[in-house]
Design a protein around this ligand. Structure first.
Ligand SMILES: [Zn+2]
Ligand SMILES: [Zn+2]
Length: 341
């Protein structure tokens, strides 16, 4: 099969490699759509601490089952499927305490290599986190399952009310998925912050209550103006930038919750005002990855069309133009790209 390999940071090669075959419990999926994601862009630029190069990459996908391993009864050849890339082991310290999102084996039970014609899906994923794609749902939208499941996991930690005002900082794919999910949960007052006109315009079209261009530099005051001087009930940080983590804490109301969703570069630190955290009782959450419950809920939102994510896919490109796709991603006048084998 043809597969894209990341040779070294910044260099991709489309190579002919052996088509994977499924071991016991595994499934091989013929990829119909693989989406780009912020994590993939980071991996492309810097490499990844967990995956030695050269490596297959790409982890958001949907497709058609091409072969199944021994003991797989849930799926058969030809089934249209969508999946998150990981599945918990069920018996490590963290899984046993209900924190499967940080399972010790998460990285070894991981389907990596969606920028290829076929991808092998590990047994733990097949049995727990792979779903049949409804015919009414496009392969493109189905491939949004993983990022949406991460967003749903984060939101599941909050006590959301329909009359909450939520500030979402960052209007990339993850910020916009927060907007779509919050709208699907019935919230109206979602204020989107960003610094790219293209994305802020899209946020407006997708029902943001207000959009604020942070390049104008008066963001915090504007948030307070829009909330009777209180600050937002909830602030969700989706940029992964330490200075934005710090400012997120200053936009929330007393007793409010801050979600630090965007992962920062290793080795960075932040400083918070202790009075703000304690006397204003600000709660900080830092959700990572996803749970089976979140994957199921994300699946239901997509399958029942309560959330439509087509608008997040800017354009599609064939497998052999992946390098070009990553250059476009760096320019930023886009959200996500679909890569079609
Ligand atoms: Zn992703
Ligand atoms: Zn585990």
């Amino acid at each position: 099969m043809r597969a894209n390999l990341l040779i070294k940071p910044g260099q991709i090669e489309l190579r002919e490699i052996e088509t994977p075959s499924p071991n016991s419990g595994e499934v091989v999926v013929k990829v119909k759509v693989a989406l780009t994601c912020g994590t993939d862009l980071k991996t492309f630029l810097r490499g990844h601490p967990k995956f030695p190069l050269p490596a297959l990459f790409g982890h958001e996908f949907s497709g058609e089952v091409s072969s199944v391993g021994r003991g797989v009864h849930k799926f058969r050849e030809g089934d249209q499927v969508m999946s998150v890339p990981s599945g918990p082991c069920g018996h490590c310290y963290f899984c046993l305490r209900g924190q499967e999102n940080i399972c010790d084996a998460a990285m070894s039970n991981y389907a990596l290599g969606a920028y290829a014609e076929y991808i092998k899906v590990p047994a733990q994923v097949v049995s727990q986190n792979m779903f049949e794609k409804p015919p009414s749902l496009s392969f493109q939208e189905a491939a949004l399952l993983e990022p949406l499941a991460c967003v749903i996991h984060g939101l599941s930690l909050l006590k959301l009310r329909e009359d909450d005002t939520v500030v979402v900082i960052g209007s990339g794919a993850i910020g916009l998925l927060h907007l779509l999910a919050l709208r699907a949960f019935g919230l109206q007052k979602i204020i989107m912050l960003g610094r790219r006109s293209y994305r802020l315009q899209l946020a407006k079209e997708l029902g943001a209550y207000r959009v604020i261009d942070t390049r104008e530099g008066i963001t915090k005051e504007m948030v307070y103006d829009l909330t009777q001087g209180r600050g937002a009930d909830i602030v969700v940080e989706c940029t992964g930038n330490p200075s934005v983590w710090e400012s997120a804490v200053n936009m929330v109301r007393r007793g409010g919750e801050v979600v630090l969703f965007g992962g920062c570069k290793q080795g960075t630190t932040v400083t918070f005002d202790t009075h703000r955290l304690h006397y204003d009782q600000v709660t900080i959450r830092s959700p990572f990855h996803l749970t089976r419950k979140a994957a199921r809920e994300a699946y239901n939102l997509l399958a029942e069309r309560r959330l439509t994510g087509n608008c997040l896919i800017t354009d599609s490109y064939p497998l052999d133009r992946l390098s070009e796709v990553f250059s476009l991603l760096q320019r930023g006048d886009c959200i996500k790209y679909a890569v079609i084998p």
